[in-house]
Design a protein around this ligand. Structure first.
Ligand code: FEO
Length: 170
């Protein structure tokens, strides 16, 4: 039993939904970490680095939700994280998976925003705006990666140049 030191400024339905998003962001981190291991096994160290950096961003996203729940006096509840896939049929299939996954994340963020609006929780709706913008960037980056990988698939040397370029992501 938690002893509250802060007044709860957010309703439980919203807290539950935000806790669900912590889990999904941490799953995203896990998914990209699993993908990083896959790329390493394919000797694509630049792709591996790119998704590894992305995994770090997902943990930052999870912590934004974590900190927000705490700030509003809610209770953070962490649930088990599903295991991600360990293999993809090709590097292109893996990057297509990133794009599909980011589209799913966007849909989840929009659902949270709809809930916040239904609950007249304007503070949470405002916090979620950051994620709405972030998802525009995340989808654009993933789409760009799919496009480039598709163009270069089957062109070994060009793919290695892309790999080198991706490895510069910090
Ligand atoms: Fe946290 Fe890539 O969305």
């Amino acid at each position: 039993m938690l002893i509250r030191v802060k007044e709860m400024k957010i309703n439980q339905k919203m807290v539950d939904a935000l806790n669900g998003q912590i889990n999904r962001e941490l799953y995203s981190a896990y998914l990209y970490l699993g993908m990083s291991a896959y790329f390493e096994s394919e000797n694509l160290h630049g792709f591996a680095k790119w998704v590894r950096v992305q995994a770090g961003e997902e943990r930052v996203h999870a912590m934004k939700f974590f900190d927000y729940i705490v700030e509003r006096g809610g209770e953070v509840r962490l649930a088990p994280i599903d295991a991600p896939p360990t293999e993809w049929k090709s590097p292109l299939a893996a990057v297509e998976n990133i794009y599909e996954h980011e589209q799913k994340v966007t849909a989840w963020i929009h659902e949270l925003l709809e809930l916040a609006m239904d609950e007249k929780d304007y503070a949470t709706a405002n916090m979620l705006q950051w994620f709405v913008s972030e998802q525009v960037e995340e989808e654009a980056n993933a789409f760009d990666l799919v496009h480039k990988t598709k163009m270069l698939a089957g062109h070994g040397h060009a793919l290695l140049c892309l790999d080198e370029e991706l490895g510069k992501r910090e």
